[in-house]
Design a protein around this ligand. Structure first.
Ligand code: DQA
Length: 149
């Protein structure tokens, strides 16, 4: 995860390691490994190198963002439920000068009201939500477009 060469850090938050079997009616049947493969391929198609880190721990997510500072050009982050309340994640992302794309499989705005708030969205260039696994490709393509500018 600490390779010097990566362009994009894909960060996956709590419970995303269970994708494939976790509430498949909401999140689909693809595993996290399959989403990472999709994102890796999209990055390669755009001449970019992607690394991935998943954690169920807020502090590890914060530290992964710290380690990305000045090292990778972009962070694509699906923070899971941390999206909705982690001011620590918000503050960590605020220290990061690169491109930030917020990514969700589901559309949190169409779900319970406590999911309608994102403390990550104000720091992101944009958010890709509600497109399931396709979102992983779209998020990487969005980064590639921003980097080409
Ligand atoms: C999620 C949406 C969050 O509200 C939820 O807590 C998740 C997954 C998504 O990808 O749709 O863990 O980030």
């Amino acid at each position: 995860m600490t390779a010097d060469t990566a362009d994009i850090l894909l960060l996956s938050g709590p419970n995303l390691n269970l994708l494939g079997t976790r509430e498949p009616e909401i999140y689909g049947t693809e595993t996290l490994a399959e989403h990472v493969a999709t994102a890796t391929k999209a990055a390669e198609n755009n001449g970019l190198i992607l690394e991935h880190f998943q954690s169920n721990h807020e502090g590890e997510m914060v530290e992964a963002i710290h380690a990305a500072r000045g090292r990778v050009a972009a962070i694509v982050i699906n923070p899971g439920a941390l999206t909705h309340y982690s001011w620590a994640l918000h503050d960590a992302l605020a220290t990061y000068a690169g491109i930030i794309v917020e990514l969700h499989l589901s559309n949190p705005k169409a779900r319970e009201s406590w999911r309608h708030v994102s403390v990550v969205a104000p720091l992101a260039s944009g958010s890709i939500v509600g497109f399931g696994g396709v979102g992983y490709r779209l998020a990487i393509e969005a980064v590639a477009v921003k980097l080409r500018k």
